[in-house]
Design a protein around this ligand. Structure first.
Ligand code: FAD
Length: 285
């Protein structure tokens, strides 16, 4: 079961992203969230992030394995080079393969704020991809950035590395979250012009809390369109109104992306099911 194959079919591929909880109670709660989401419409696959330098790394393996085995949903493990030697990465990858996980999102990882974690022995995502392609029987994808990665020397340089990911064997690229579909469409067109042929999957984060989304967008340099930000700002103190405006926006984004032929939708769920359930139900209507 290779996730790259899913994108070769004609219907859009739906996927949900989770992060590994800090404790065992959190893992059980995550499995309940996955089960709730499965009731509304089973995702084609789920993915679980990998903490670059954090203490939750071993939980990524536990979560992907349990989701795949207990919920019966294909699961993809994120893997970041940050802070790892080549041998450590080989052990993590072998652990995934031995547990039946054959899909990986290959990343460099964010630079941790602990000041202790060193860059990985394999520096960039493309180095990890070359390692995966040469030594392991797994399928993998990578990340890309419609609004340009914050550390990139330029947009064209960033595009060059996105292309290198496809050349290194990535079968699909999942975008950083964005709130203006024009950013995705422009990036998609430029990627095709640059010769990137793999599916470019929109990554979407439903807005449910303004302060939270402001913090996330400032970290990853994503832009909330001014008009949307003004509308959300006007009801900042009313959580239900923020959520209603945020979800209405995401639903509109999803409908337009699907209409224009996006290969799928990847939801950053933040381990909560409500927002994604509302969006999926609206899309089914
Ligand atoms: P890279 O592709 O290595 O890019 C990093 C920077 O270096 C970019 O500016 C790029 O232009 C440049 N670059 C790329 N390749 C080269 C090269 N070969 N030589 C020189 N420069 C190069 N982070 C986590 O820690 N854990 C996760 O689970 C996680 N999941 C994510 C999922 C998605 C869908 C996305 C979009 C991001 C995710 N992130 C995660 C965040 C990601 O790790 C950060 O955005 C990180 O800063 C860059 O990761 P990357 O894999 O894109 O790095």
């Amino acid at each position: 079961m290779r996730i790259g194959d899913f994108y070769e079919r004609s219907e859009p591929v739906f996927s949900f992203e989770f992060f590994p909880p800090k404790n065992q109670q959190g893992v059980e709660s995550l499995l309940r969230t996955v089960a709730e989401l499965k009731q509304v419409g089973s995702p084609d696959f789920v993915s679980v992030t990998y903490g670059a330098g954090g203490g939750t790394r071993t939980r990524t393996l536990e979560c992907v394995t349990r989701i795949q085995q207990e919920a019966g949903i294909p699961a993809m493990a994120h893997l970041a080079t940050m802070g790892h030697t080549r041998d450590e990465l080989a052990q993590v990858i072998q652990g995934l393969v031995d547990s039946g996980i054959s899909n990986i999102l290959a990343l460099r990882g964010d630079k941790p704020k602990d000041g202790l974690t060193q860059a990985g022995e394999l520096g960039h995502a493309t180095d990890l991809m070359e390692f995966l392609a040469s030594d392991f029987d797994v399928d993998f994808g990578g990340a890309c950035y419609p609004e340009v990665h914050p550390e990139a020397a330029s947009a064209s340089d960033d595009m060059r590395w996105a292309k290198k990911k496809a050349e290194s064997g990535a079968r699909f690229l999942i975008t950083q979250l964005f709130f203006d579909n024009q950013d995705y469409f422009r990036f998609h067109d430029e990627a095709r012009t640059a010769g990137i042929r793999v599916p470019i999957v929109p990554g979407l984060m439903p807005i449910t809390n303004l302060a939270h989304i402001e913090r996330i967008t400032s970290m990853c340099s994503a832009r909330i369109p001014e008009e949307l930000h003004d509308r959300l700002g006007a009801v900042r103190e009313d959580p239900a109104a923020v959520m209603a405006i945020g979800l209405e926006h995401t639903i509109r984004q999803c409908r337009q992306l699907l209409k224009e032929g996006a290969p799928g939708l990847h939801f950053y769920t933040l381990n909560k099911s409500l927002a994604t359930r509302v969006i999926l139900s609206a899309l089914q209507d």
